[in-house]
Design a protein around this ligand. Structure first.
Ligand code: URA
Length: 449
């Protein structure tokens, strides 16, 4: 049921059509989303439409139309005058996931332009902006002209969403948050892709997390979302690849904003834990492949290794930090990063093997310490977090340290310690199957490897 041509589209008719399982036209989606963003459609009607969408789903054409409408609700950056390929990476979020801070300078060192617009921590997961702000002076709130200037000079810049970028998402996301409508893969796809496509990129690598620390706990849901985002991006002329990667335990060993910057510097120096290093190499390789710098993932990994070995990636990071107002001395002296006043070990009560680390609980422990937000308006404590000494499969003896907490409040330290202890599962044998770091790769719509 569509309104006769020339008749204004009424929100009530769009809601009813979706409620009854119909496919909305682009004009109907534009009327609903545009009307809501402009304040002409009230929260209650937008909420009803969101819930109908969550329950009835969307076709691929509707998802593309919604993404496009949200994208064009604000400014779409245009870096077409910059000659190199513009490539970004987006993660659906996890615990200890600090790959963006490695990938932006690494890809830029290899000749790509990385205009990265990132978010803050969400729920139990950490956020790139909070990690960057742990570097004294680092400014993530740059005007677009300054963002462009840094991209031209350095090849990478990392900022937060500006008021001009995808305002429809900003409004709809806040409404979804309080109406039980976050979980729709169609709405998640349009929300993420509208912001990423506003960066003016040619290609995007998606890191879709699965496991106990991810929003998509099972691989099937993660793969569905990944396929949807790949297809939506391709429809809009972008080169796309999605890697379904493991988030069943924290990535790397350091969790907490300043602590994660320390581990980023380790990786950029060619050190750091194997899982984090390997994932960074894999994601960077895909960025180089989609950006046309290499002709295979293997070649991309070799290029990434070379850029780390030569120190070029670390130098890019230093340059970006300085250009964004940060204290670049942290690169050589990480002790200049905020330090917690207290440290305490969390020890195992029994001997055995770590069979699991309940990752959402571990992430929540960091939030409790003050490393994330319990309420939207909270500020984060950059110094707190924990360093894991044991990961899944490791043997542990009774009384041995599982991890070290970095904390600033006795009461919060005690709560986080209890939560972390609960998150470790110790058994008599290591797990039979090691979960892969990359579960699968989804490249062209529907094509998996
Ligand atoms: N992140 C976003 O930006 N949007 C969503 O809907 C979910 C995660």
């Amino acid at each position: 049921m569509s309104a006769p041509e020339g008749t204004p589209i009424r929100a009530i008719d769009v809601i009813r059509k979706k409620r009854d399982g119909g496919e909305l036209t682009r004009a109907e989606i534009e009327a609903l989303v545009g009307g809501y963003t402009a304040g002409a459609i009230p929260d209650y009607q937008a909420s009803a439409w969101l819930m109908a969408t969550l329950l009835k789903g969307m076709t691929r054409a509707e998802t593309a139309a919604l993404t496009d409408t949200m994208l064009h609700s604000g400014e779409v950056l245009d870096f077409s005058d910059l000659h190199s390929r513009k490539v970004d990476k987006h993660s659906t979020g996890g615990v200890g996931d600090k790959t963006s801070l490695v990938l932006a300078p690494l890809a830029a060192a290899g000749g790509l332009t990385v205009p990265m617009i990132s978010g803050r921590g969400l729920g139990h997961t950490g956020g790139t902006l909070d990690k960057l702000e742990a570097i004294p002076g680092f400014n993530v709130n740059l005007p677009v002209a300054e963002f462009r200037r840094i991209l031209e000079t350095c090849g990478c810049a990392m900022i937060g969403q500006t008021a001009e970028i995808a305002p429809a998402d900003r409004k709809l996301y806040a409404l979804r948050d309080v109406t039980g409508t976050v979980e729709s893969p169609f709405l998640i796809c349009a929300s993420i892709m509208s912001k990423k496509l506003a960066e003016g990129i040619d290609a995007l690598v998606l890191d879709v997390k699965t496991g106990s620390g991810a929003f998509m706990k099972n691989e099937k849901d993660a793969a569905y979302l990944a396929e949807l985002m790949v297809e939506t991006g391709e429809r809009m002329g972008k080169k796309m690849a999605a890697l379904i990667t493991d988030m069943d335990q924290p990535l790397g060993c350091f969790v907490g904003n300043a602590l994660e910057v320390v581990e980023v510097l380790d990786v950029l120096r060619g050190e750091g834990p194997e899982d984090l290093r390997d994932l960074c190499l894999e994601l960077a390789a895909w960025m180089f492949l989609l950006g046309g710098s290499v002709s295979s993932v293997e070649e991309g990994k070799k290029l990434s290794e070379k850029l780390i070995r030569s120190g070029e990636a670390l130098e890019k990071f230093r340059k970006m930090v300085a250009l964004q107002g940060g204290d670049a001395r942290v690169v050589d002296d990480p002790k200049l990063l905020p330090q917690a006043k207290q440290k305490m070990d969390v020890v195992s009560a029994k001997a055995g093997y770590v069979t699991a680390i309940q990752c959402e609980r571990a992430g929540t422990a960091c939030v409790i310490l003050g490393g994330g937000r319990e309420r939207k308006e909270d500020s984060v404590d950059p110094a707190v977090g924990f360093v894991l000494h044991k990961k899944v499969g490791d043997s542990v003896s009774s009384g041995e340290s599982l991890c070290t907490l970095h904390y600033n409040s006795e009461a919060l330290g005690a709560r986080a310690k209890a939560m972390l202890l609960e998150s470790f599962e110790i058994g008599s044998a290591p797990p039979k199957h090691k979960r892969p770091l990359v579960h699968r790769v989804i490249t062209k719509s529907g094509e998996k490897s």
